[in-house]
Unconditional design. Structure first.
Length: 337
């Protein structure tokens, strides 16, 4: 069924589409959105099944999307647009929306999986975003506050190559927000944040050996952000290149109780744990751990060029720990006013 009658819409807020992964349900989704908007808002529930769409699904202002764990919204071949699912970009000020459960599937196309361009108090929870090869989740192209993610997986399958400059989780002008319990796999940069006053907690970034090069696990380019118990798991670049656990390019960044690892897929002497640009002033790095896998088990040398490097003066380094095979940058304590 590709069209939905007004009678069924009037009695249900449960989506009734064709869950064969091939039929275009775009018109049916739009009809439900129009109906709920006419009722002053509500929640659209999507049951198990693979629901293809041929154009962007826009979640209208005042409407939340709740998918069962087995529900999947996927881009069909010839998709018209650059984002699979988005909140309403032309709304006056979207707020208090939920996007919960299920999977958004980019079908290995050069697209954004989920885009939240602006808003206040938007929650993304228990969601998988898969094979959106430009950006997994993009937040705040205009401006956002309190856009909070929890229990989210953003991934590109092994053997699938994301696009150059791809980002798993991208906070642009996103502020006063939190992301916690997030897994990011398969992008050139795992987490990129240019917004300020955000908190990232328990974020794990890594790539398979058959994904695009992982150049930055975390690009910390916005001020006043905190990264707590996050895991920069093995930047993977080619010999002669450099990959970073954290590339810090903004003041007042705090990296606390995080870890940076070099695994069996890393190329020797290509990893900087945490790099500070001259703009990274008055930052703090406390209780982080830098470690390297076993060269004997991997069958080739594994090492880390340096734990810290760059413009270190003016920042605080305290109680960080280091295993063997980390050649430089083992800062014991350094702080200045």
């Amino acid at each position: 069924m590709t069209q939905t009658s007004d009678d069924s819409l009037a009695t249900l807020r449960h989506f009734r589409g064709v869950a064969d992964g091939q039929t275009d349900n775009s018109a049916a989704f739009a009809a439900y959105m129009d109906y709920l908007q006419g009722q002053g808002g509500g929640t659209l529930s999507v049951p198990d099944g693979a629901y293809g769409i041929g154009r962007t699904l826009t979640i209208a202002n005042g409407i939340s999307l709740q998918m069962t764990p087995g529900a999947r919204i996927l881009a069909l071949p010839g998709f018209g647009g650059d984002v699979v699912v988005q909140t309403q970009p032309d709304a006056e000020w979207p707020k208090d929306q939920y996007i919960i459960g299920g999977t958004i599937d980019g079908s290995k196309l050069p697209m954004v999986g989920l885009r939240i361009p602006k808003g206040l108090g938007i929650t993304v929870q228990n969601l998988i975003v898969r094979n959106a090869l430009k950006t997994g989740i993009e937040i705040g192209a205009e401006r956002c506050h309190e856009v909070n993610l929890s229990s989210v997986r953003i991934l590109v399958d092994r053997g699938v190559i994301a696009f150059p400059d791809s980002k798993g989780l991208h906070y642009i002008h996103g502020h006063d927000s939190q992301a916690r319990d997030v897994i990011v796999v398969g992008y050139e940069t795992g987490v990129w944040c240019t917004g300020g006053s955000n908190n990232f907690h328990m974020i794990h970034v890594w790539n398979y050996d058959q994904n695009i090069s992982l150049r930055n696990c975390f690009c910390a380019a916005g001020p006043h952000n905190t990264y707590n118990q996050c895991y920069g798991d093995s930047p993977i670049v080619h010999a002669g290149e450099v990959g970073y656990g954290w590339y810090v390019a903004a003041p007042y960044t705090r990296v606390i109780a995080c870890e940076i690892f070099a695994n069996q897929w890393t190329v020797a002497d290509t990893i900087i744990g945490i790099h500070l640009t001259p703009d990274a002033k008055e930052c703090a790095f406390i209780g982080n751990h830098f470690w390297v896998g076993s060269p004997e088990q991997a069958g080739h040398p594994i090492d880390m060029r340096a734990a810290f490097d760059g413009a270190l003066e003016g920042s605080t380094f305290l109680a960080n720990t280091y295993t063997d095979h980390i050649h430089g940058g083992k800062v014991i304590a350094l702080c200045s006013e």
